[in-house]
Design a protein. Structure first.
Length: 166
């Protein structure tokens, strides 16, 4: 296990997030973020410093939401743990670092955005087995978003539409 240090960075995505799924089905998004410090030169003009590039990994729902929301060039804020690890390749010892993200969001100093809550998985019971079913998007009732419950039908079940036994 490597060393982990809590960090927070603000920068721009260098490329679109790459979303993959591991053998266990866990989503993993890889992001590359460029952080560029600005400084004021002696003549009073502002200049960009040398960019520092960070590899960022997001997992599970965060990975899916980032991949569906963020694009190359977007200003982002990332909070997570800076992770260092050592590995051997071709007989040589190497070190790598990445940020394991806990939170990723747009940097709103430079623009606006609108927020849309992701529907959660809703456990339902069908013929005695529990399945996780993605809920349908909610409906708008004029005053806001109202979640809808998936309806499961059972022939001899005695289960209600929300999966509870009656």
């Amino acid at each position: 296990m490597g060393t982990r240090i809590p960090v927070s960075i603000h920068g721009n995505l260098v490329a679109d997030p790459e979303l993959t799924y591991g053998e266990s089905g866990i989503a993993h998004a890889k992001l590359r973020v460029a952080v560029n410090q600005r400084y004021q030169a002696t003549d009073g003009t502002w200049r960009d410093g040398i960019p520092v590039f960070h590899n960022v990994s997001a997992f599970r729902a965060l990975a899916e939401n980032v991949a569906g929301s963020m694009r190359k060039g977007d200003p982002v804020t990332v909070t997570g743990d800076l992770e260092f690890r050592s590995y051997e390749k071709d007989g040589a010892q190497h070190e790598a670092r990445r940020i394991v993200a806990e939170v990723v969001g747009p940097d709103l100093r430079f623009g606006t955005t609108s927020y849309e809550r992701s529907p959660k998985a809703v456990p339902t019971v069908t013929m005695g087995s529990t399945e996780h079913v993605q809920s349908q998007p909610g409906v708008t009732n004029g005053s806001g978003w109202v979640p809808t419950m998936p309806v499961t039908s059972t022939s001899a079940g005695g289960f209600s539409s929300n999966g509870l036994q009656m």
